[in-house]
Design a protein around this ligand. Sequence first.
Ligand code: ATR
Length: 291
Amino acid sequence: ELYNFRQIGLDTKVHGVIGNPIGHSKSPHLYNAAFKSVGFNGIYLPLLIDNVANFLNTYSSPDFVGYSYTIPHKEAGLKCCDEVDPIAKAIGAISCMIRKPSDGKLIGYNVDYLGAIAAIEEALGGPSGANNGSGSPLAGKLFVVIGAGGAGKALAYGGKEKGARVVVANRTYDKAKELANKVGGEAITLAELDDFHPEDGMILANTTSVGMKPKIEATPISKKALSHYSLVFDAIYTPKWTRLLQEAQESGAKVVFGTEMFINQAFVQFERFTGLPAPKQLIRDTLARNT
Ligand code: ATR
């Protein structure tokens, strides 16, 4: 099903997702189906990569036009760009890379934060759902981001941009502190998270791989502590119902699935890869079939 759609020819544009591990990725299903549905002559491959720079140097043909980046290469990918979008530069990580047709230069973007923040805002009642004058229901909220890697940075910057008070909780305190300083927020260690509840109604976003298949019994926060949160987002989308999201729902919090972040950023990436409007329903249906 993945590649059985037409011949690969001289004009076929090659795309892929760069990560390690990569077997869990739904992206190849999604983009290949979407390319086909709009008649775009492109393919999209899962790329198990150890060294991003070596890969890009080896596969430097102009036909290799677009890449998505996932764990653990979002920061390494940024260092391999010829140019970096200002938001990606501030975050310090890219989620996609496009080769400019005119001069072959590799341009890095970060669209993770667009997808995640849009999904959280929607669950909170839409971009102006809080009717608090700021335009975002995240404004003024205490927004706890677990993790300080590429995705953690993306969420922390996104929260700051929407006027939230950001707290970064990370296993390695120094990385939490560095990110918190950049976004004008507070830093705690992951071990401190269970006892951190300065107020109720906080928003939680997990950006670590804790709870991802196959270690689905893992969770970054105790169930007891979840009672202080009104909404919990998990960037993990395999499985859809992580232990974190199950316990959040049992505690009465709204939940936002990793698939929503993924879907929203997939629309943006598709449009950057092809220059065509994303077939949104097809992308949703394809993802639903492959989850
Ligand atoms: P991504 O780009 O997807 O954010 P990353 O840059 O590799 O991936 O970041 C991984 C994040 O998950 C980090 O915050 C990492 O914590 P450390 O900074 O302490 O390494 C966190 N993480 C990964 N595995 C973890 C685990 N088993 N327990 C706690 N945190 C973990």
